[in-house]
Design a protein around this ligand. Structure first.
Ligand SMILES: Cc1cc2nc3c(=O)[nH]c(=O)nc-3n(C[C@H](O)[C@H](O)[C@H](O)COP(=O)(O)OP(=O)(O)OC[C@H]3O[C@@H](n4cnc5c(N)ncnc54)[C@H](O)[C@@H]3O)c2cc1C
Length: 492
């Protein structure tokens, strides 16, 4: 029996992964590829029925229609390299689908998981943000200069046209409106078709021998079974149906639900809500073509614009859904937990006993203003936001994932802290998770960033987390509104 010396884990040891989102799925695939033969993934969602569709009861961050894929990663070259590797795999996954061999149930050769319509980070000024300057530098050093194009640079405009991305340089037609703009167009990027991608990953994991247990009773982690009162090592889990599952390793990959499950994560990570709005474009509208992936890039707009910026969005999908997200303010839902401490817990349109379809009035107003100013043709057709929802990040104080054993434990790990940017790594993040559980290469980037850590003395946090009910951005303090209640900034 092969033993992994670092963790003492045999390849046949029972491993339980809780959560079948990006982290859980990717880890399951890579662990199985590395020869682990006894892996079970639990999730409270019945993904085999819902197919990761947020209209069918799903509320994980991973269960979505689209997520940005970009190589441009500022000065974080390790992430840039990871994305280059991921995009190669995204393309291979699409080739597999197109070949029609071994498709997940219900998928056809017409389906895709990656759309390369360009990823544009645009600001409403005439100066590139520092992040984009660093991205250009990083991509240039990696031989990707022709994929990192400045929207207002003539040579880059010619290059964009040559590559078929002319449409992506000024998607909001700011030039003809006489408005300033400049941006970085990453022509390697675009978006992942999120629900399809998760379905495919689930299918791949099953083919590799991973077992899945889904559902509110059988699939839901109720409690961890600790070895002793020190509450560090675990011997397994108990699910909501009362079943006990023994294990050598439990990996918690529960997204926004993880911080409330692992109190040791206090001060490191917190569940925060992003706000998402959908505009439904009717099949007969000319806007279907205007905002199709052939004519419209994946975009981020005024990402450094504070609470009135932080917008991103996508081309209209084949159902006519155009998604615009707002992350300028991330909201919390602090609730007192069993140990008396407050931790932010996700609330969505599917959570019980409390659920919501609403988003904060400020978030809706920023998105509405963006549509008014940048996409006025939507208004001209009498269209607007038809639906809203909260989608839960797991923010860390430094915007990096947290993937490690809980301190003192050799049997309990977490893989979370998405901080809004892990979807693109669905094909390859799991490789690093397995490296970390095997304690292999953990002194190297990117893994060294993701190990257990705390805010150091004098370190400035990227995100101020765990302010509890005293924090400024709790949902209870926000005026929550529905899509039809057209909040505007002027009225607030
Ligand atoms: C609004 C928003 C926009 C984003 N945009 C992008 C983007 O454009 N590009 C990008 O790369 N990344 C993006 N991300 C980040 C990306 O979506 C996440 O990094 C990724 O989906 C997180 O996956 P996860 O597995 O950690 O969590 P999740 O996807 O939330 O999955 C957690 C799973 O755990 C399950 N679970 C929870 N509790 C239990 C329990 N007790 N028992 C059993 N199962 C349980 C849940 O049902 C769920 O399936 C975005 C995130 C958000 C929130």
């Amino acid at each position: 029996m092969a033993n992994n010396r670092a963790s003492g884990l045999a390849k046949t040891s029972p491993i339980l992964i809780i959560g079948a989102g990006v982290f859980g799925l990717s880890t399951a695939i890579h662990a199985a590829r590395r020869g682990y033969t006894n892996i079970t993934v639990f999730d409270r969602q019945s993904y085999e029925q819902s197919n990761y569709d947020f209209d069918k009861g799903c509320d994980a961050a991973s269960a979505d229609i689209n997520k940005i894929v970009r190589t441009a990663y500022g000065d974080e070259i390790d992430h840039q390299e990871m994305c280059t590797e991921a995009i190669k795999e995204w393309r291979e996954w699409d080739q597999e689908i197109a070949s029609g061999k071994d498709l997940p149930p219900g998928m056809t050769t017409e389906d895709r998981v990656f759309v390369n319509n360009g990823s544009l980070s645009l600001s409403a000024t005439q100066r590139l943000d520092m992040y984009e300057v660093d991205s250009i530098e990083g991509m240039r050093a990696a031989g990707l200069r022709k994929s990192a194009l400045v929207t207002t640079d003539e040579k880059d405009q010619t290059e964009a046209s040559k590559q078929g991305f002319a449409y992506a340089l000024d998607p909001f037609r700011r030039e003809e409106k006489g408005l300033p703009y400049i941006g970085l167009l990453d022509t390697t990027g675009g978006y992942a078709v999120a629900d399809n991608a998760c379905r495919l990953a689930l299918h791949k994991a099953k083919r590799l021998g991973v077992r899945f247990v889904f559902g509110e009773r059988r699939g839901t982690l109720k409690e961890l079974v600790y070895r002793d009162e020190s509450r560090t090592d675990v011997t397994g889990i108990i699910t909501e149906d009362g079943s006990v599952h023994s294990s050598s390793l439990v990996l918690l990959a529960c997204g926004g639900w993880t911080p409330a499950l692992v109190p040791q994560l206090d001060g490191i990570t917190e569940a925060t809500a992003g706000s998402v709005a959908l505009v439904k474009i009717p099949p007969t509208s000319r806007l279907r073509e205007r905002y199709s992936e052939k004519n419209f890039p994946t975009f981020q707009f005024r990402m450094y614009g504070g609470s009135n910026g932080g917008l991103y969005g996508f081309a209209c999908d084949n159902r006519g859904l155009l998604k615009i997200g707002y992350r300028g303010t991330r909201y919390t839902n602090p609730l007192v937990q069993q140990d008396g401490k407050e931790r932010s817990v996700p609330i969505t349109r599917w959570t019980l006993p409390h659920r919501t379809d609403k988003i904060a009035a400020h978030a809706l107003a920023v998105i509405n203003q963006f549509i008014d100013e940048e996409m006025p043709d939507i208004r001209a057709e009498g269209l607007g936001i038809t639906r809203t929802r909260l989608c839960w990040y797991t923010d860390t104080f430094d915007d990096h994932y947290i993937i490690d054993y809980v301190p003192g434990s050799t049997s309990l790990m977490v893989a979370t802290g998405c901080s809004g940017h892990a979807f693109k790594f669905l094909p390859n993040i799991g490789k690093h998770v397995v490296d970390i559980w095997e304690r292999s290469g953990t002194d190297q980037l990117p893994k060294s960033r993701w190990l257990w850590r705390r805010l150091r003395e004098g370190q400035k946090p990227d995100n101020i987390i765990m302010q509890g009910s005293a924090g400024p951005n709790t949902l209870s303090k926000a005026n929550m509104v529905l899509a039809g209640q057209e909040a505007t900034l002027a009225k607030l």
